[in-house]
Write a protein that binds this ligand. Structure first.
Ligand SMILES: [Zn+2]
Length: 92
């Protein structure tokens, strides 16, 4: 199974934000071969246990209210829809 596509982060494996791993995802409970190792901003304590599919479909965000990108780096004028996609459904 191929990795999900992230419009704003085209190659997260190369950037090291997603790595091959047999760890189980905390969100869907499955071991799918890849795990996200980048930053997550939320109240739960994550330890590299969210899979990229749960980021891509927004379920990790819904479940844990997690955001994966620090929004302080955004300038005014970025459309809200892009900000939501980047912070909630794109690996950091
Ligand atoms: Zn998952």
């Amino acid at each position: 199974m191929g990795l999900p596509q992230f419009r704003y982060h085209p190659d997260p494996v190369r950037s090291g934000s997603i790595v091959e791993s047999e760890k189980k995802c905390k969100s869907c409970g499955q071991s799918r071969g890849y795990i996200y190792t980048g930053p997550a901003y939320c109240e739960e304590d994550f330890d590299d246990d969210i899979c990229p599919w749960c980021i891509a479909d927004g379920s990790a965000h819904k479940k844990f209210r997690a955001e994966f990108v620090d929004l302080n780096g955004f300038r005014d004028g970025v459309p809200q829809s892009a900000i939501e996609e980047i912070s909630q459904r794109t690996p950091g």
